[in-house]
Design a protein around this ligand. Structure first.
Ligand code: HEC
Ligand code: HEC
Length: 277
């Protein structure tokens, strides 16, 4: 009997059991988090966000006139980066991803150093600027299926889909963001000029992984002319497009842009740490 107990504790099954227990405990700790505190969020907002997003959350902070794209006006409850379908509010983890990573290529910095708790409180305060958060629930996030392996054939199919679906009209024949519509001038919901993404830029505003690209294509960029292609493209076609876009990015000296992004991130973390003391 004693022998049996020892084998259980030292076996792989025993280790898996301990691991499962620990994971369950960690989940319980997250689930049992105290509710986010908009009051704390307000204090943080006035310290870190107000200069761009404004006292009233209207995107009209002191620095805003000098910034393009403009800081978000929160009053309409419209968010660009979501895992939820076009037109829906984002889920809190979508907003947290934006605040944690920043939006590459814009003045929205990474607030990684603030930590999860502070970001949750900030989100709760941001939610007070639009009544949508009281009257609506975010829709269920889209499902991102497993990525098929990239291949030259998939990239070629992606190139054709890109031409056939009208992407070039905005993003240009080679993805440089210089299609005819871009040249004519596009506007966002807030009446400001908006430029189609340069898909050869090596980095994306909404993340660099294949899943991030898949998500943008399926949920669109709300508040801008970038549509969601849920009803137009199948999952296979969307992955082909993702592989094509990644091939455009690879051509754009990824190692230099990556270094640039890494040092920008390090600099913003350093600024945060310094400003806290
Ligand atoms: C230096 C200016 C600046 C500061 C400071 C700043 N932001 Fe932003 N923020 C921006 C800009 C610019 C955008 C819009 C980028 C775009 O539309 O592509 C933005 C967008 C956002 C969005 C909208 C994301 C979406 O999906 O549409 C959120 C949420 C956000 N910021 C949160 C914050 C929070 C919270 C803080 C403070 C901790 C903060 N920002 C501080 C400039 C700033
Ligand atoms: C009517 C114009 C228009 C069309 C058509 C269009 N886009 Fe866009 N797209 C935009 C704009 C504008 C943005 C930038 C939104 C922003 O960041 O504010 C964008 C952003 C994107 C992004 C996000 C890049 C990043 O930085 O993460 C991807 C990827 C993208 N488009 C791919 C496509 C593909 C592929 C197609 C065709 C299936 C397409 N777009 C069709 C206007 C368009």
């Amino acid at each position: 009997m004693r022998f049996e107990i020892r084998t259980l504790a030292t076996s792989r099954f025993g280790a898996a059991l301990v691991l499962a227990l620990l994971t369950a405990l960690a989940d319980a700790a997250r689930a049992g988090e105290p509710p986010a505190d908009p009051g704390e969020g307000k204090v943080l907002y006035q310290r870190y966000c107000v200069s761009c997003h404004g006292e009233r959350g209207d995107g009209n902070g002191e620095a805003a006139p000098f910034i393009s794209p403009r800081p978000r006006d929160y009053r309409q409850g419209i968010f660009k980066s979501r895992s939820t379908p076009s037109g829906s509010l984002p889920v809190p983890s979508d907003v947290e991803k934006t605040i944690e990573n920043g939006l590459y290529g814009t003045r929205m910095p990474s607030w990684y150093a603030l930590g999860h708790r502070a970001r949750r409180d900030l989100i709760a305060y941001v939610q007070t600027f639009s009544a949508r958060w009281q009257t609506e629930e975010p829709k269920t996030p889209i499902v991102i299926p497993d990525e098929p392996p990239p291949s030259p054939q998939s990239i070629e199919r992606g190139r054709e889909i890109y031409q056939q679906t009208g992407c070039a009209d905005c993003h240009g024949d080679r993805g440089a963001g210089d299609g005819p519509s871009a040249k004519a001038g596009l506007q966002d919901t807030w009446g400001n000029p908006v430029v189609p993404a340069n898909l050869t830029a090596g980095h994306g505003k909404f993340g660099d992984s294949s899943a991030d690209l898949y998500r943008v294509l399926m949920t669109g960029v709300d508040g801008t002319p970038m549509p969601a292609f849920t009803d137009v493209l199948t999952a296979e076609q969307t992955w082909d497009l993702v592989h094509y876009i990644r091939s455009l990015r690879r051509a754009a000296e990824p190692w230099t842009t990556r270094l640039e992004a890494a040092s920008a991130h390090a600099a913003s973390v350093a600024t945060m740490l310094v400003s806290q003391y």
